[in-house]
Design a protein around this ligand. Sequence first.
Ligand code: MSP
Length: 644
Amino acid sequence: MEETCKNVYITTPIYYVNDVAHIGHAYTTIIADMLARYSRLTGHNTYFLTGTDEHGQKIAQSAQAKGKTPKEYADEVSGKFKQLWDDFDITYDKFIRTTDEEHKLGAQKAFEKMYEKGDIYKGEYEGFYCVSCETFFTEKQLIDEQFCPDCGKPTSIVKEESFFFKLSAYEDRLLKWYEENEDCILPRAKKNEIVNFVKGGLRDLSISRTSFEWGVKLPDSINEPKHVMYVWLDALINYISALGYGSDEKEFNFWPASVHLVGKDILRFHSIYWPAFLMSLELPLPKHIAAHGWWTRDGEKMSKSKGNVVNPKEVADAYGLDAFRYFMLREVPFGQDGDFSQKALIDRINSDLGNDLGNLLNRISGMSGKYFDFKIDSKDVQKYHQKELDEVNEILENVEDLIFNMQINRYLEEIWKVLTIANRAIGDYEPWTKMKEGKNDEAMALVALITNIMAKCSILLQAVMPEKISMIAKSLGINIDTKLYNELIVDKGLIQNTIITKVEQLFPRIEEPLLQTAPEVKKDKNEVEQKEEEPDNLITIDKFFETTLKIGTIVEAVEVPKSKKLLKLQVDVGENKYRQVLAGIKEFYKAEDLVGTQACIVANLKPAKLMGMLSEGMLLAAKDENGLCLIRPEKTKISGTKIS
Ligand code: MSP
């Protein structure tokens, strides 16, 4: 967000619809909402976009598992996201869905434009795909030659015709952009990671898939009906299709984005692919891409199987939406990981919100009521308190920069310093003593000083805690809007006369956690170790039995020409049935030594093509630093015997 910018465009990532919203999603959305509210208050023309990402293999698979069509499933989950943001009073201007017709038109137009420009070519993709992350990897990037380096889940080998985007051609232009735009990626440490990654070399990006259908079709002009767009290309385009790219272009004056807010896990997509796509489309690049860290709960990674995922609605219902917003924005420096615990939340509520903010308001209404019949007059504030005013104005003058640099926790810290000046002044000047001494003017000046400090802080906190701040504003008899912002913050002015109204306690003290806590984490060392090793994706026995494991006898084995790894095996799986299996074990076994031996085979694996040949199963094997060995029965068993 630039100070001079009249049009401000703020986006959240669009959320996958294969899961319900959790605290991580709420975090990004709350930051974006805070920025949007702040931008509107400070007089900018603001557009705030959020929405859902609904295509791709992952969503199709989740829908299938629930016995629904992908669209039915997407409608349901997308609706839940929207409902949550409405419950949270999130002030988005548009909620985009990638299944919206206008979005599809935008995505197709972008594809067509990049194709016409010569940045897209047809080829064949062969590599590893993680469905969970919807990301392609090279063999070198995999962990143990199989697992996704980002989420740890198994990848699958994909070999299919695909369109490619010439990402490699944009390497130099990207590096130049990073160099010339210091703050294009925030925080800086994350920017360095990206720059180094790009310097390491970029490969062209596969941007279409043929093995499933749940995606945006390629434009008719390309005439490739088998292909759907790679979900990340489809998804990133939402930022322009939402403004009418490819359809009515109605809001396109908001482009380029002022800030794309993203989690650190999706920064690469936003700071490498997205700018390259935009360069190809000859569109201006976003001003900032800001990556936040990840939330854990009570020091533990959140996962469904541990049952410790924080439900943001539950927290907001129990502790209050504004307290939750304040906690999220205050607790963690932007870009760093944060931990959610009820203890930390309660501490913030009781200390920052209850003692420092809520009590100050009580003191204003208490003193003004007792001494001045709730009437405040600021005429002598400068006479008696210029020093405090200067201190306050100096701090508040600089806080805006912190917002532009996404240092929202620091912004809040600075505002709290100002609240401390107010609380301290009451102790220093003791208005009750002044009243006893008959120095009513001085007492009034003090109460008016505090009221003005409270008004200034409220203006700057409105975007953070809209509901509670509107109660404070009501109590102070002020109306927080751009005009008042200009008068009190920009011009450093004072409210002259006002009447205080008593309000109920804003942040009642909380003694006990209000939510049932997450399953206890065992402190015993062995148990902790066990816990750490426990996989995230525990399954039920029924799930395990979905895999059919059988004893197979290898009846034929030959090397696959031109492959360093593959052997082609014919495996007898009983009842005179043979399965062709392509196994990556050539470095560890000679083909002829395998014939006649037995192995364990996954017998209900969907057939896949490897190097143009069908593979109809998988052999179980174990690999460590000493090499790989097949898992075999201890004694010979009849071919086809089920393993359980
Ligand atoms: N659909 C993509 C984004 C496409 S944007 C063109 C996606 N969706 S997501 O639903 O998986 O994640 C959305 C956001 O939630 C990401 O920014 C991610 O970082 C954030 N979070 C998911 N889990 C999180 C935490 N535990 N903590 C903080 N944020 C995390 O990625």
